[in-house]
Design a protein around this ligand. Structure first.
Ligand SMILES: Cc1cc2nc3c(=O)[nH]c(=O)nc-3n(C[C@H](O)[C@H](O)[C@H](O)COP(=O)(O)OP(=O)(O)OC[C@H]3O[C@@H](n4cnc5c(N)ncnc54)[C@H](O)[C@@H]3O)c2cc1C
Length: 380
């Protein structure tokens, strides 16, 4: 079929096949909706979703993020039958480290972590170094450990969501950039590079481009800001066993490292505002990371094996955006997942599906209000 030759109809058009769009499309298809998922690139998860550090940490992010992460755990622990043949979560651990001048901050973080992970505990320098021997004794004063943090298998998760979407009668179209959105006669007419689609409901899950998609629909932006984060891989020192290390992060989140398939993933934990784009790492950010990491670890970095960057997209209050746009009909936001989009995806998709099905239990009202796009419109 040539693009534009036929209009396909659906109950919902989801824009963007990262984790947000894939998880929402899956949840809606399971509820019996006819769902079309449109992705601009030639493959799903090309942007932020394919560039993450793949961690599931219940003691990370603001209180609402932590709540969404906790609520996502049962799905990842026991996904629906046929979702994945491999475990989606595997043990890793998460260690915050502190210099002497950061110990007060470490105590605050530990108190906060314990609200969601009672097993989180203080480690003295010796205990921390027993776990990660490359930590420099002249740097490290103390640490805390969240033993429940785990690695996520993002490939298996995306595979499960997309298989489930197809099993529910839905379809993914790649090379399907959405070019125009128009509301006519009670439906959205969606013009894309893969042809024309029509549905009463559009879900904006376009990650860094979410505000641009709203613009196509004639809506002013919510003020979402994509922020670049850099990562790269280096070799461990010869003979160093790293497989059992937790992710180790500076308590003020100025760098982190984690084992990654025999290498060490490093990041300066940068958050540089960027226009939506195919993000690429900058030399300076890598140099900053190398400097900070070498102060904390006895880790000579001579060669960077592989480098990349991705855009973590934040609303001004660092809380995701989920819900109908009050300025028009049938336009639903699922954006602003920041640095937590994989670990919160099952809960976010479940909340979206429940709201779209017309139900939202009373006890969830406060949660929906915190996520509501309308909160970002007052004063705009
Ligand atoms: C270095 C790094 C480390 C991270 N670590 C973690 C972590 O450990 N744990 C965690 O949970 N999260 C982590 N994150 C954050 C996580 O990756 C994001 O929150 C999540 O991937 C966001 O998913 P998304 O679907 O919203 O966006 P994306 O994955 O960017 O998907 C949006 C999609 O929309 C598509 N699109 C845009 N415009 C159009 C259009 N006009 N038409 C059609 N399609 C369009 C894009 O091509 C893209 O594929 C990390 C991120 C980075 C960069």
């Amino acid at each position: 079929m040539s693009p534009g030759a036929e209009t396909r109809t659906a109950d919902a058009v989801v824009i963007g096949a990262g984790i947000a769009g894939a998880s929402a499309a899956f949840a809606l298809a399971r509820d019996g909706l006819r769902v079309v998922l449109l992705e601009r690139e030639s493959q799903p998860a090309y942007h932020t979703t394919g560039r993450s550090a793949a961690l599931f940490i219940k003691s990370y992010g603001n209180a609402l993020i932590r709540r969404l992460t906790v609520a996502s755990e049962p799905f990842y622990d026991e996904p629906p039958a046929g979702f994945s043949e491999v475990p989606l979560l595997t043990p890793r651990g998460f260690m915050f480290i502190a210099r002497r001048d950061q110990c007060e901050r470490l105590e605050e973080e530990l108190a906060l972590a314990r609200r969601f992970v009672p097993a989180a505990r203080f480690l003295d320098a010796q205990e921390a170094r027993a776990m990660v021997p490359l930590l420099r004794p002249d740097y490290l004063a103390a640490a805390m450990l969240d033993p429940e943090a785990r690695d996520l298998d993002v490939g298996a998760i995306m595979g499960g969501y997309l298989r489930g979407l197809r099993a529910g009668g839905g379809a993914l179209f790649c090379d399907a950039e959405v070019l125009d959105l128009r509301r006519e006669g009670g439906v959205w007419r969606v013009e894309s590079r893969a042809g024309r689609f029509e549905a009463p409901l559009v879900i904006d899950a376009a990650g860094p481009w979410a505000d641009e998609i709203a613009g196509l629909a004639g809506l002013a932006p919510l003020g979402l800001v994509p922020k670049r984060r850099t990562a790269f891989l280096v070799d461990p020192p010869p003979g160093t066993e790293i497989g059992s290390w937790p992710l180790v992060a500076d308590v003020e989140e100025r760098f982190y490292i984690k084992p990654d398939a025999g290498r060490i993933l490093c990041s300066p934990a940068d958050e540089t505002p960027s226009p939506p784009c195919d993000a690429a790492p900058e030399e300076l950010d890598i140099a900053i990371a190398v400097d900070r990491i070498q102060r904390a670890f006895d880790l000579p970095i001579r060669h960077v094996r592989h480098r990349w960057a991705g855009l973590r997209t934040f609303a001004p209050d660092n809380t995701p955006v989920l819900g109908f746009d009050p300025r028009t009909d049938g336009f639903f936001w699922l954006a602003g997942q920041g640095g937590y989009g994989i670990q919160t995806a099952p809960a976010m998709a479940g909340l979206a599906a429940a709201l779209l099905a017309g139900g939202s239990a009373d006890e969830m009202r406060e949660l929906y209000a915190a996520l509501d796009p309308a909160r970002l419109l007052s004063g705009r």
